[in-house]
Design a binder for this molecule. Structure first.
Ligand SMILES: C[S@@+](CC[C@H](N)C(=O)[O-])C[C@H]1O[C@@H](n2cnc3c(N)ncnc32)[C@H](O)[C@@H]1O
Length: 209
């Protein structure tokens, strides 16, 4: 019997097919991905170690590797199909960019903490569990470490929320509430996608307390 959590299992199945069309389609609605990295670069100085949780096909890993040329970068994802697409993109960076195939359930850095942890459209897909993931990732952050998040926020259209639900995305404002609870905001912006069809959030923060 599989011990994989039900949500992880259904995401693995979802991306088995969607990995093939991911890069061709997602530019049209996953807004703000490059911008959040530029904003992190402006605020994070020179992070030594960077982690992206839910790195998918690796688009952000390339931007991170360019933005932080001295950093060790790790991309983690539960979908082998998505990581297969990421691998050729990051090959030119050699050992500097590492891929990890697993669901994020707790710290992965051991003693070596990360100075920047990126979530790009992954937290709204972790249902249940986004709150626990944000709690756990604080243990992976260095003292002055920072999180950078871009993700769906909410939509006032029920039919659109339902459609996103079919695609494993929960967009009821839950991620921003949770981010504000766990981190001190440095940047917190809500933007509109296609007029008022949906809103998405860009958040940069440090550990609270
Ligand atoms: C919408 S994609 C975003 C990919 C990439 N970050 C981007 O911006 O293009 C969400 C990714 O998060 C991954 N993911 C979802 N839940 C995860 C978890 N608990 N641990 C690791 N990866 C997860 C999925 O497999 C998928 O590749």
């Amino acid at each position: 019997m599989s011990t994989e959590a039900p949500n992880n299992k259904s995401l693995t199945g979802y991306y088995r097919w969607h990995a093939r069309i991911y890069d061709l389609t997602r530019w049209a609605f996953l807004f703000g991905r490059h911008k959040i990295i530029r904003q992190a670069a402006a605020l994070a100085g020179e992070p030594g170690r960077v982690l992206e949780i839910g790195c998918g096909t690796g688009k952000n890993l390339v931007h991170l590797a360019e933005a932080f040329p001295k950093a060790q970068i790790t991309g983690l994802d539960l979908s082998a199909d998505m990581l297969e697409r990421a691998r050729p993109k990051v090959a030119k960076y050699g050992e500097r960019v590492k891929l990890m195939h697993q669901a994020y359930e707790g710290p992965v850095g051991g003693e070596a903490k990360f100075d920047l942890i990126v979530f790009s459209y992954s937290l709204t897909m972790i249902n249940p569990g986004y709150d626990e993931v944000l709690r756990q990732c604080q243990k992976d952050l260095s003292e002055r470490g920072m999180v950078a998040v871009v993700d769906f926020h909410e939509s006032r259209w029920r039919w659109f929320q339902r459609w996103m639900g079919v695609n494993h995305v929960r967009m009821e404002g839950q991620v921003l509430d949770c981010l504000r609870h766990h981190f001190q905001p440095l940047v917190c912006q809500v933007h509109h996608g296609y007029g008022d069809l949906w809103r998405y959030v860009m958040f940069l923060g440090r550990k609270a307390g």
